[in-house]
Design a protein around this ligand. Structure first.
Ligand code: PGA
Length: 235
């Protein structure tokens, strides 16, 4: 299987910068780009061959209706979006997203046939106290869906996101094996990716860890040369 590469552009780029990025990155069927939601419609029309993800989805809008300010999974599906990042730690901390909200988002996505990219990961304190496996275990139980459909689980240790620090290959491998073992009973097709300070220097080593299906890349995905170099390094 070719590895999944997800570029989470966060709110780094303007619309023209995103269009330039998409022109400059090499075509790769397993690449998924997540621009800001308000650019998705135009970008999906201009770049029909690029798979796109939203960075969020509504937890309350289950249909087309009276939900001011919300972007429903159905509206995303309507413009051809087939993936959605859910529960990113930046949203959990900045927007106070809680697990019941995250669960609703996962349900909405699966109902709309959108593949959720669900982020979990421990804090620095949990890693240092040795408590990280019980945190990951709890988070995994919390996000387990009740419906069928593909899901991507992104292991993103909070302390690795945007810090330039990554866990060792053994540390990532331990969590990936844990997730693999503990998702076997799900009816979903589960894909496991790693995210947090992935760059051209560490991508190949991380993607070679047993059980990893791909990478979720933040800052490094905003630069076409770096993203192309990462994709070439992991072929
Ligand atoms: P980063 O972000 O690669 O900039 O650390 C990853 C993420 O937040 O998904």
């Amino acid at each position: 299987m070719k590895k999944i590469i997800i570029g989470n552009l966060k709110a780094y780029l303007s619309k023209s910068q995103i269009n330039n990025l998409l022109k400059d990155i090499n075509q790769n069927d397993n690449l998924i780009i997540a621009p800001q939601t308000h650019f998705l419609s135009e970008i999906s029309e201009k770049h029909p061959n690029t798979k796109l993800a939203s960075q969020d989805v509504s937890s309350i809008a289950k249909d087309f209706g009276a939900y001011t300010g919300e972007t429903s999974a159905l509206a995303l599906k309507d413009i051809g979006i087939t993936y959605s990042i859910i529960g990113h730690s930046e949203r959990r901390s900045n927007l106070l997203e809680n697990i019941s909200t995250i669960k609703e988002k996962i349900t909405s996505c699966l109902n709309a046939k959108i593949t959720p990219i669900i982020c979990i990961g421990e804090s620095k304190e949990d890693r240092e106290s040795g408590n990280y496996l019980s945190v990951i275990s709890r988070e995994l139980e919390e996000i387990k869906p009740n419906q069928k459909g593909d899901i991507i689980i992104a292991y993103e240790p909070i302390w690795a996101i945007g810090t330039g620090t990554t866990p060792s290959e053994e540390e990532i491998g331990e969590i990936i094996s844990f997730l693999k073992e503990n998702t076997k009973s799900l009816e979903n097709n589960v894909f496991l990716v790693y995210g947090g300070s992935v760059n051209v220097d560490n991508a190949k080593a991380i993607i070679s860890i047993a059980g990893i299906d791909g990478l979720l890349i933040g800052k490094a995905s905003t630069d076409a040369d770096e993203l192309n170099a990462i994709m070439e390094s992991i072929i």
